[in-house]
Design a protein. Structure first.
Length: 212
């Protein structure tokens, strides 16, 4: 606990605004988030903050308190988006999701940044790497300079009634958009052409069915 902490944990959205951001291209499975530990009165509330400096969700009070303790010990906190879901009950329904949360000592930042990046790359393909392990696992990360990845994976939680998984891996269009952000303009143009083709196909189908 003093040197490393890792787990998967659920987060909630505060409003439709945050939910809308989650469904867009600014929040992709495998994205990294920093964690902002705050207080609301006497209650702890830890927020997930995206690379675009937007709050997209928060953790429950008990876990937020745990994260505040880790932050007070000067550990670096980071999260990786695993999936986004929608649950219809209670009405009108709500969006939520799950992230892998990792905390590590700043002195070992190089090793653990590499490890987290590898976890994030696998998450893009829907592979939920185990991030909770004994001190031996921490030693293997440091000894391998962050390249070691545990074989164990974590399954998706059992789906609740009325719940739909909206995102659990990166789509081809999302990968292309991300490449465009990195400067690959060809991929960016292809992604837009792909999206426009999908829209055109949907409109053609609706017209053929006499929907407009």
């Amino acid at each position: 606990m003093n040197q490393y902490f890792g787990t998967y944990h659920r987060f909630e959205t505060a409003s439709k605004k945050e939910a809308g951001r989650l469904l867009g291209a600014d929040n992709l499975v495998g994205d990294l988030y920093h964690i902002d530990c705050t207080m609301e009165g006497t209650a702890h509330k830890a927020w997930l903050v995206s690379r675009f400096d937007q709050r997209i969700g928060y953790f429950d009070e008990d876990f937020s308190r745990d994260l505040s303790i880790l932050a007070a010990r000067d550990l670096t906190l980071v999260a990786v988006l695993s999936f986004i879901a929608f649950t219809e009950s209670p009405e009108p329904g709500h969006y939520w999701g799950e992230v892998a949360v990792v905390a590590y000592e700043p002195a070992q930042a190089d090793d653990f940044e590499t490890f987290v990046q590898n976890v994030a790359m696998r998450m893009q393909d829907g592979i939920r790497t185990n991030v909770s392990f004994e001190p031996d696992g921490v030693n293997r990360i440091v000894e391998s300079r962050g390249t070691w990845i545990p074989e164990k994976t974590i399954p998706l939680p059992q789906k609740e009634k009325g719940t739909v998984i909206m995102k659990s891996r990166r789509s081809l269009s999302e990968r292309a958009i991300e490449q465009g952000r990195k400067g690959n303009k060809g991929c960016y143009l292809v992604s837009w052409a792909f999206l426009l083709a999908l829209v055109a196909g949907a409109l053609f189908t609706m017209k053929s069915c006499g929907l407009f």
